[in-house]
Ligand binder design. Structure first.
Ligand code: AOF
Ligand code: ZN
Length: 340
């Protein structure tokens, strides 16, 4: 078996932590001796043991760890946090070599974990499947490197580039399977945001109904507090924040947050960052999506394009800068484009 194979396994293990470890990263670890896996582990739950600890604990004959190779998807930690440093554990256990996929940009760890290993004479290799590891933890890395949540923009448009008719109706752009996929996406993110017109004309519940998963925190921008309070968004069934310029107030599950002068995308992202919200999906409308695109404060756009045409209506947002990587997936009759 190759190094690649073992790191792939470590990534697979890390994936098992998805949904249970945020805002910490998903991490997987595989211990290999004489080309056999002698132990494996992953970070299972926020605040609990790190991947390396679980991998070490899974080994029956602890002596066999001496001289083994550890494959970890993230640089082993160097700090006394909720658990003692994993780099020290690997040194104590006399691991012979450590292969790391991604460096940890957490200032508590960045480079220090590797230094501890190297100082103890352990061979260290970095960068194997780094791109995959960074993608897996892209929400964690955004939080720690950009000080803002990972931002996903989502909209549905007709083939001729409209998100709605002039009366704001949007029937027949999305279908039941794309709507179900959107519910899956909602369950994967910490927060969901819409602008005032979308809240008013669509009256969306912004929850997860067609998928099993947790509801994201709902966010709406209503600068002058003009939205009717009987909208589904305000039903207090899910924690909800209404950004405005009038008042700050908490009412059960509904919180009003006042911004002094209008609002900016950056202000909202700063507020979410403070709340340790790692990811945000923006579901419209065009004006708000366009603001995100123009400010370049976004990471992914997921665009459904239907086969029908409206001829006229409300124009879809447009991605001005060419995306560095475009993945196109056919989903039923809709093309989903991920611009990364
Ligand atoms: C994890 N799981 O498997 C690894 C982590 O809050 P603490 O004390 O658990 O420390 C969290 C930091 O530890 C995290 O931000 C990351 O930098 C580092 N590595 N964290 O939760 C793990 N290996
Ligand atoms: Zn650790």
């Amino acid at each position: 078996m190759t190094d690649l194979h073992y790191m792939q396994r470590a990534l697979e293990l890390a994936e098992k932590g998805r949904g249970n470890v945020s805002p910490n990263p998903m991490v997987g670890c595989v211990l290999v001796k004489d080309d056999r896996i002698i132990g494996e582990g992953y970070h299972q739950k926020y605040g609990e043991a790190h991947a390396e600890v679980n991998a070490v604990n899974s080994v029956l004959d602890q002596n066999s760890i001496i001289g083994s190779t550890a494959y970890v998807t993230l640089e082993p930690c160097a700090h006394f946090g909720k658990t003692p440093p994993c780099a020290n554990l690997l040194v104590e256990k006399k691991v012979g070599k450590v292969v790391i996929a991604a460096m940890d940009s957490n200032p508590l760890v960045g480079g220090k974990g590797i230094q501890i290993l190297k100082d103890a004479g352990i061979e260290v290799e970095t960068g194997l499947l780094e791109k995959e590891a960074r993608w897996q933890n892209r929400r964690f890395f955004s939080q720690i490197e950009k000080n803002r949540p990972y931002v996903i923009l989502k909209w549905a448009q007709t083939q001729d580039g409209f998100v709605a008719r002039n009366d704001f109706s949007s029937k027949w752009i999305s279908n039941s399977s794309s709507r179900q996929l959107v519910h899956k996406w909602r369950a994967e993110e910490d927060a969901i945001l819409v602008g005032k017109n979308t809240a008013k004309y669509d009256d969306p519940a912004l929850n997860v109904r067609d998928w099993v998963g947790k509801n994201p925190v709902r966010l709406v921008i209503d600068s002058k507090l003009e939205l009717p309070q009987d909208l589904k968004l305000f039903d207090q069934a899910v924690p909800t924040i209404c950004y405005n310029t009038i008042k700050s107030e908490e009412k059960g599950n509904l919180e009003f947050v006042k911004f002094k002068s209008g609002f900016s995308i950056q202000q909202i992202l700063d507020d979410l960052h403070k709340r340790k919200i790692q990811s945000l999906i923006v579901e419209g409308g065009t004006y708000l999506l366009q603001k995100f695109l123009e400010s370049e404060l976004w990471d992914e756009a997921r665009v459904f394009t239907s086969q029908n045409k409206f001829g006229e209506g409300i124009a879809a947002p447009s991605i001005t800068k060419p995306a560095s990587e475009i993945l196109s997936i056919q989903e039923d009759r809709l093309a989903i484009h991920y611009h990364v």
